[in-house]
Design a binder for this molecule. Structure first.
Ligand code: SF4
Length: 270
C-alpha cells in the first residue's frame, strides 16, 4: 500500500502560482531511511516502485478527481533518490510530449540527503527542481532525527548541493520541518540562513504534523514566526507553510499508516 495526495491549488507552494493542481507521489513502498519524525518508515521498507507505478499515481488521481494535474512533487512515501533509475524513467514519461506533458520545471524531487545521487541527478539534462530535506542545520541536530546524516554529514550534503547548483539553472529548496525543542532554536535558524545563502537556496518551513506513536510536536506559532523572521532578516527567501495536510493526516506516510492501522483493527475478531 502506498499513498498519493492531491493538493488543491495553494498559493506559493513550491514557488508555483495559485492555479496549480499539485500531486504528491510515492516512489517506494515504505522507506528504509528511518527519519525519526516520519510515518513512512514506521512499518519498514518493502520495495521500490517501478516507473509505471510512479506514473500511474498521477493518472489514477486525474481519473478520480477529474482534475488536470500540472505540478508534481516527489515527496510521498520513500526516498526518491534511492530509486533513482525508476524515478528518472518516470520523470521522462511525465515530461514527454507523448506522455503526460508536464514541464520539468513543474516537477520537484525531494531527498533526505543522498549526496552521491544528488550529483548523479545534477548530471541529468532534465531541468527539474530539487528539494533537500535538511531539517537541521548542524550534524548534532541532523544525527538526532535523520540517520542518513551519519553516512553523509551536513558538509558532504552541502558540497553535493554546490555541485547540483553549479550544473543547473534551477534554484534549490531546503525543506525544514520545525519540531519543538529539536531544531527550532535561533542558532539553527542563523546557521540555516548561512547554508541557504551559500547555495542561493530558498527555505520552506513546515510546522511538524504530529504522528500517533511518535514523540515529537510542533513549535508554538510565535516560535515558528520567530524562526521565519531570522531567515528573512538574513536575506533568505523563506516561506512558512500553513499546510493543508494537518487536518486529514496527509503528511508523508500518515495516510497509509492510518489506513493500515484501521484495517488491522477491522481484522481483529470481536
Ligand atoms: S522523510 Fe523521506 S527519507 Fe525520511 S523516512 Fe520519511 S519517506 Fe523516508
Amino acid at each position: 500500500m502506498i499513498e498519493s495526495v492531491l493538493i488543491p491549488a495553494s498559493p506559493a507552494l513550491y514557488g508555483e502560482k495559485s492555479d496549480r493542481q499539485t500531486i504528491c507521489i510515492s516512489t517506494q513502498v515504505g522507506c528504509a531511511y528511518g527519519c525519526k519524525f516520519c510515518a513512512s518508515g514506521l512499518e519498514g521498507f518493502s520495495r521500490n516502485l517501478r516507473a509505471n507505478e510512479i506514473v500511474d499515481q498521477i493518472i489514477a488521481i486525474e481519473r478520480a478527481s477529474g482534475e488536470k494535474i500540472d505540478n508534481i512533487v516527489f515527496m510521498g512515501m520513500g526516498e526518491p533518490l534511492a530509486n533513482l533509475k525508476n524515478v528518472i524513467r518516470a520523470i521522462r514519461i511525465i515530461n514527454a510530449s507523448w506522455g503526460l506533458r508536464i514541464g520539468a520545471r513543474h516537477i520537484t524531487v525531494s531527498t533526505s540527503g543522498l549526496a552521491p545521487q544528488i550529483k548523479k541527478l545534477a548530471d541529468e539534462p532534465l531541468q527539474i527542481r530539487l528539494a533537500v530535506s535538511l531539517h537541521g542545520a548542524t550534524d548534532e541536530v541532523r544525527n538526532q532525527i535523520m540517520p542518513i546524516n551519519r553516512r553523509y554529514n551536513v558538509e558532504t550534503l552541502l558540497s553535493a548541493c554546490d555541485y547540483y547548483v553549479a550544473h543547473k539553472k534551477q534554484r534549490l529548496t531546503f525543506e525544514y520541518i520545525l519540531i519543538a525543542g529539536v531544531n527550532d532554536a535561533d542558532t539553527q535558524a542563523h546557521l540555516l540562513a548561512q547554508h541557504a545563502r551559500r547555495l542561493s537556496a530558498k527555505v520552506n518551513l513546515i510546522p511538524y504534523n504530529a504522528v500517533e506513536g511518535l514523540e515529537w510536536s510542533r513549535p508554538s506559532r510565535n516560535r515558528q514566526e520567530k524562526f521565519l523572521s531570522i531567515l528573512r532578516a538574513e536575506g533568505v527567501p523563506a516561506t512558512l507553510r500553513r499546510e493543508k495536510g494537518h487536518d486529514i493526516d496527509a503528511a508523508c506516510g500518515q495516510l497509509r499508516l492510518q489506513t493500515s492501522r484501521q484495517e488491522r483493527r477491522r481484522a481483529v475478531p470481536a
